[in-house]
Ligand binder design. Structure first.
Ligand SMILES: O=C(O)C1=C[C@@H](OP(=O)(O)O)[C@@H](O)[C@H](O)C1
Ligand SMILES: C=C(OP(=O)(O)O)C(=O)O
Length: 431
């Protein structure tokens, strides 16, 4: 299988830029935003809080789609109550509550049934430590809940346990420029998963002119102050590039992706090394600089080996894990995934789901305390359950490339971050 791909914009970057645009002091433009369920949920949440959204079909310098956000007008108490549907989007349920506290509204948050079991406690605990009133509408520490926004948050210094999700840290830091004293946030407890996403948050804040620092490991400081209106272009989603790159790895084929950011804070920047660790040959070639001054890019080519070979241990791969697990499930050797315990609180309990689906296809796998081990590769086809989880669906899609009779139960859940995944996959696989 040989093919060329481009992938849509990053979910994580799109939803950060949209949120910061809603906090800015004038209308901002996000060029090449992701258009998927998670980004639409973010736009709806921002609209519910009073931002205005205008879609632009072709942005003047690049002709790409864009969205102009007119920010939430300076908050005061007593505005209409609002409701935010988080769907299954971690970036909505963990990022928007702190903004709601600044909105001067009572805001009720709820989401899909699968979202109601995703941990929220540290965000709520952090906001309460900042004197934000939050009513638990059901089980404490989970959706649904109501944030009583007064339009102002003093800010200051707090400590939370962010071992359940890096999004707990990001959600508080993103709203912190709007807190009167900014925020010094410390983490206590086991490892923060996916520190790359915290790095992304700091980087994006800096990009829009906010002063940030990390005075010591696991402590972050965001200075207060207005965010000037900005225009920004979103990078492609390197996590969502994963299944396409793994298609080359799994089939011994070759896949080329243009527009790979030369530098990125996305965790998907780890793909070249991860793929090499499984025996692929990866080349990155600089692309000519774009005339509109956008960030440097490269062309990435992945050539799969005749037989995948396991690196043995894969560490802290966060949201990349289900896709990497598809490669592990095709290797004759064992692979142990470590430092991914928090995947139990992702769209589904991904550790249980991956182990169950590998076993269903005749492989052997077992859960460990902080991850799982794939002991033996899958042996036959069958239905792969998707658990309403886009990454479980794409895990199944990769397996289906080499093993006959693999069917993914519900591919439509890829709409969370890539609505046209089925078409893109067909195009790559059947060319
Ligand atoms: O901040 C973000 O955009 C994200 C952070 C990560 O969350 P966890 O730290 O919960 O893994 C990641 O898995 C998620 O897909 C997106
Ligand atoms: C964990 C993920 O998403 P969310 O942003 O909903 O946490 C993911 O996309 O793999």
């Amino acid at each position: 299988m040989t093919g060329r791909i481009r992938v849509p914009a990053s979910k994580s970057l799109t939803n950060r830029y949209l949120l910061l645009a809603a906090m800015a002091s004038g209308p901002s433009v996000v060029v090449n935003p992701l258009d998927s369920r998670d980004s639409q949920l973010m736009l709806s949440a921002l609209t519910a809080l009073g931002a205005q959204v205008e879609h632009i079909a072709d942005w003047r310098t690049s002709g790409e789609p864009a969205v102009r956000i007119t920010p939430i007008s300076s908050a005061e108490a007593g505005r209409e109550p609002a409701g935010v549907d988080c769907g299954l989007a971690g970036t909505v349920m963990r990022f928007v509550p702190a903004l709601a506290a600044l909105s001067g509204r009572e805001v009720r948050f709820d989401g899909d049934p699968e979202a109601r079991v995703r941990p929220m406690g540290a965000v709520l605990e952090g906001l309460r430590a900042l004197d934000v009133a939050i009513a638990d509408d059901a089980e404490p520490g989970f959706l649904p809940f109501t944030v009583e926004g007064t339009g102002t948050v003093a800010g200051g210094q707090i400590t939370i346990d962010a071992s359940g999700s890096s999004q707990f840290v990001s959600g508080l830091l993103l709203a912190a420029p709007g807190f009167r004293q900014g925020l010094t946030l410390s983490h206590r407890g086991a490892q923060v998963p996916s520190l790359e996403h915290v790095e992304m948050t700091l980087n994006v804040l800096e990009q829009v002119g906010v002063s940030v620092s990390s005075p010591q490991p696991h402590t972050w400081r965001v200075e207060p102050g207005p965010i000037a209106a900005f225009t920004v272009r979103v990078e492609p989603d390197l996590s969502n590039a994963g299944p396409f790159l793994c298609a080359a790895a799994a089939t011994g084929g070759e896949v080329t992706m243009t527009g790979w950011p030369a530098e990125s804070t996305q965790i998907g920047r780890r793909w070249p090394k991860l793929l090499e660790d499984f025996g692929c040959t990866v080349t990155l070639t600089d692309e000519p600089p774009a005339s509109d001054g956008s960030a440097p890019t490269a062309t990435l080519t992945v050539a799969g080996p005749e037989q995948l070979v396991s690196p043995g241990v894969v560490e802290a791969t966060a949201e990349l894990t289900p896709t990497v697990a598809a490669l592990a499930a095709l290797c004759p050797q064992e692979t142990t995934f470590t430092a991914v315990a928090h995947l139990r609180g992702h769209e589904t309990d991904r550790i249980a789901a991956l182990v169950a689906e590998i076993r269903r296809l005749g492989g052997a796998a077992q859960e460990t305390e902080d991850g799982f081990t794939v002991l033996r590769p899958i042996a036959h086809g069958g239905e792969v359950l998707s658990y309403a989880d886009h990454r479980m669906a794409t895990f199944g899609a990769v397996l289906g490339l080499t093993v006959d009779g693999v069917r993914v139960e519900d591919i439509s859940c890829t709409a969370k971050t890539m609505p046209d995944f089925p078409d893109r996959w067909e195009t790559l696989v059947n060319r």
